[in-house]
Design a protein around this ligand. Structure first.
Ligand code: URA
Length: 187
């Protein structure tokens, strides 16, 4: 069924409420829920890992150092932030920082609903956690990045998490190269 923009926005708000009230999500986590932000009609969704400290303080995704990298990359490929949707499979910052498989499996239930409403053409899987949430397998990002996977009538582009170049600067050109594939995928 094709939803109007208003219906999509209302549905995303409802999911946001579910995330904010989710007792399972909150177990072992810190701070505010970070459900995601952007257009309910986005053709492309960017998927990270879990919120960091700045995100958990504000409730907004990717606004820390990794977010600066991501938002720069989005601009570089000619997309506007308000025409994409940015989120993560895990909606709260885990106390232990790296999400567990159980966190990812549970977070996917919320994410899957969000994707079902937005119905993007392309989902960018940024890093191991995003790949595990969607593809249900462990991926070695350094070996598989740049791959396009077609699944359930959606295209998934696998790349590094935007925090990766902060620790390993040589990754940045690879990330830029992967992001350049986006325009073609959206055509
Ligand atoms: N890293 C993520 O994966 N998601 C965020 O929202 C912020 C940092």
């Amino acid at each position: 069924m094709k939803l109007t923009l208003k219906q999509k926005q209302a549905s995303l708000e409802m999911i946001k409420g579910e995330i904010e009230n989710c007792k399972i999500c909150k177990k072992g986590k810190i701070g505010r829920a970070v459900p995601g932000e952007g257009s309910a009609n986005a053709k492309i969704v960017f998927l990270g890992e879990a919120p960091g400290k700045t995100e958990a303080e504000t409730g907004r995704p990717f606004i820390g150092r990794a977010g600066k990298v991501l938002r720069g990359l989005i601009q570089d490929v000619g997309l506007k932030e308000d025409e994409v949707f940015i989120t993560s499979p895990v909606k709260y910052l885990p106390k232990y920082v790296t999400p567990t498989e159980a966190d990812i499996k549970h977070g996917f239930l919320h994410l899957d609903k969000q994707l079902g409403i937005i119905q993007p053409k392309v989902v960018v899987l940024m890093g191991r956690v995003a790949a595990l949430a969607i593809l249900k397998r462990q991926v070695e990002v350094s070996k598989e990045h740049g791959k396009i996977i077609e699944l359930d009538e959606r295209k998934y582009l696998l790349t590094y998490h935007p925090a990766a170049p902060l620790y390993s600067p040589k990754v940045k050109p690879e990330l830029v190269k992967d992001f350049r594939k986006i325009k073609k995928l959206l055509k």
